[in-house]
Design a protein around this ligand. Structure first.
Ligand code: PLP
Length: 384
């Protein structure tokens, strides 16, 4: 399933789902396989290698092949959610293994690490992943087994230097896994930059329509660690339904158009709001004033993502009030869908969050960007 063979661009790969035609029916869209089990041959073997659907439903294959191609990986695995994919990476480790993770990361995964992974014996340290020297200081050669990155990192959009971190981590004997959900496979390819595993919440930009929960991992190579992760999936059973996998593939076929539009809107809104008197700070990797901009320019291509955060001068009350007065921006959690979402992020993250309480997280969809800006500005006016 190696992703280095398709000769066309990402746009063509996505639109045509790698140009695959169903051999049996000549259908241009692959079938949904609902069977949970497969026939044994009279010689007691499984002629096409499939035994039971929890491990290998054929509906996953086109999605996994496409992800492998986009990320230039060796193999991809679909999971029942982004969290299932991410936690499989940690479940592949052993008690006593040391892990470095960012202070700023998807809050639910951070909570899972604190609530479960530490109880099971992982030694987890949360550090500032925007600073390569800090990372280098915290690596424990041969004891640190995994460096987990999320870049841009939710919800402050901190940027980590994947190539530099991979170099240090590998020298210490650690693997690097990257949650690249918000960069998407179109803007950044962590495996090409030296990471070992890339993770996506496919619920977000890959599907793009806020109607499927799914996740994915893509590996640079097959090794003992990856085989263990593969077992976490097949034995633990955190797989998507075939119908969700098919719906995910349909969403992916327009991802390049959606991501381009979301990036363009986010850049426009970030630039406009940066000037506004009610705004204390705009956090967006595409702004030259943003701390991670230089690294983002090196490792992101074609845009800086569809996510931005805005901090309001008048604090939490203003942020909650503004979110309550938008009409087009829908007040909901999640991101990466065609509809734009706004969220007072500290409210959902709870205690221990690094998210300031004056911050609104905004996921830019594919609506008209001028209308989106106007809508936010009118909501802002109701507070001033
Ligand atoms: N990673 C990031 C950056 C996310 O934003 C999310 C969900 O919001 C996840 C992982 C978890 O994905 P899922 O909701 O599909 O489990």
């Amino acid at each position: 399933m190696s992703g280095k063979t398709y000769p066309y661009s990402a746009a063509t790969a996505l639109a045509q789902s790698l140009g695959k035609i169903d051999q049996e029916t000549q259908a241009v869209v692959p079938p949904i396989h609902v069977a949970t089990t497969y026939l044994r041959g009279t010689d007691n073997s499984y002629p096409n290698g499939r035994v039971y659907s929890r491990a290998d439903n054929p509906t996953y294959q086109p999605v996994e092949a496409l992800l492998c191609q986009l990320e230039q990986g060796h193999e991809a695995l679909l999971f029942g959610s982004g969290m299932a994919a991410a936690t499989a990476v940690f479940q592949g480790l052993r008690p006593g293994d040391h892990v470095l993770a960012p202070k700023v990361m998807y809050w639910s995964l951070r909570n899972w690490l604190l609530n479960f992974a530490t109880d099971w014996g992982l030694q987890i340290e949360f550090i500032d992943m925007t600073d390569v020297d800090t990372l280098a200081r915290h690596l424990q050669p041969q004891r640190t087994k995994l460096v987990w990155l999320e870049t841009p990192g939710n919800p402050l959009w901190c940027v980590s230097d994947i190539a530099a971190i991979a170099e240090h981590a590998h020298a210490a004997g650690a693997k690097v896994a990257v949650d690249s959900t918000c960069a998407t496979p179109l803007l950044s390819q962590p495996l090409v930059l030296g990471a070992d595993i890339v993770m996506h919440s496919a619920t977000k930009y890959l599907n793009g329509h806020s109607d499927v929960i799914a996740g994915a991992l893509i590996t640079a190579r097959d090794d003992a660690y990856w085989q263990r992760i593969r077992l976490v999936r097949s034995q633990g059973g955190a797989v998507p339904s075939p119908h969700d996998a098919a719906q995910l593939l349909r969403g992916m076929r327009t991802m390049h158009l959606r991501v381009r539009e979301s990036c363009s809107t986010a850049q426009f809104i970030a630039e406009q709001l940066e000037q506004h008197e009610a705004v204390a700070e705009v956090l967006y990797p595409g702004l030259p004033s943003f701390a991670g901009h230089a690294i983002a320019r090196q490792q992101m291509h074609g845009g800086f993502g569809g996510m931005l955060s805005v901090r309001l001068r008048d604090g939490a009350a203003a942020a909650i009030h503004v979110a309550a007065h938008t009409r087009l921006w829908k007040r909901a959690t999640s991101l990466g869908g065609v509809e734009s979402l706004i969220e007072h992020r500290a409210s959902i993250e709870g205690t221990g969050t690094p998210c300031p309480d004056d911050l609104l997280r905004m996921s830019c969809g594919i609506e008209d960007k001028h209308e989106l800006l106007e809508d936010f500005l009118q909501a802002l006016k109701t507070f001033i």
